[in-house]
Design a protein around this ligand. Sequence first.
Ligand code: GRF
Length: 219
Amino acid sequence: MNKARVAILISGRGSNMAALIAAAAAADYPAEVVLVAADRADAAGLALARDAGVPTAVVPYRGAAERATFEAELDRHLREAGATFVCLAGFMRLLSAAFVTRWRDRIINIHPSLLPAFPGLDTHARALKAGVRIHGCTVHFVRASVDDGPVILQGHVPVRPGDTPDTLAARVLEVEHQIYPLALRLVADGSAQVVDGAVKIDPGAPAHLTAKSECGHRH
Ligand code: GRF
């Protein structure tokens, strides 16, 4: 199998990164993780990546004024690793329109809400405050506007009485770890493609994946 070459960008804990690396360890997974890059040397996920035998890089972010240098350095690492796709996994830096255009339809992100609801930060606290009954997470292609772009997969969870931002976050995170590897699989094997601004999933894709994209995760 000719596998897609995926780089993962992180800023912190790296639990979604770890889920992608674990999925990619399967022989029949259509992507291999060729690089984990972080914008800070203390990102905990770097150690997990090294333990899993994945090459790592640190590209320090030195402020918005130096974003062009930062992105050029990042791009160099991605190209040297031969990456064909980029997965953002808790990567806390805004990427410029130029960078996103260069990688158009080849960068995906996971966001802890059912987009377009609750883009931005503190999604779980905001969902609780808004009183929504259903919350969840979204894997989407990245566009220049933050937390925007064609949706690949979503997973939902119930909001329970007594939930705190932390309990809700933990419930959502479990689903994140399931849908991100599924979404990357669909993108890497070409089953999910952007057509007229929305993702079309090949009807020939395995039924359990297609069902998830239509119905969300059962929880
Ligand atoms: C996740 O909730 C992800 O959806 C958001 O940032 C968090 C990163 O967590 N973008 P981790 O680093 O993957 O553990």
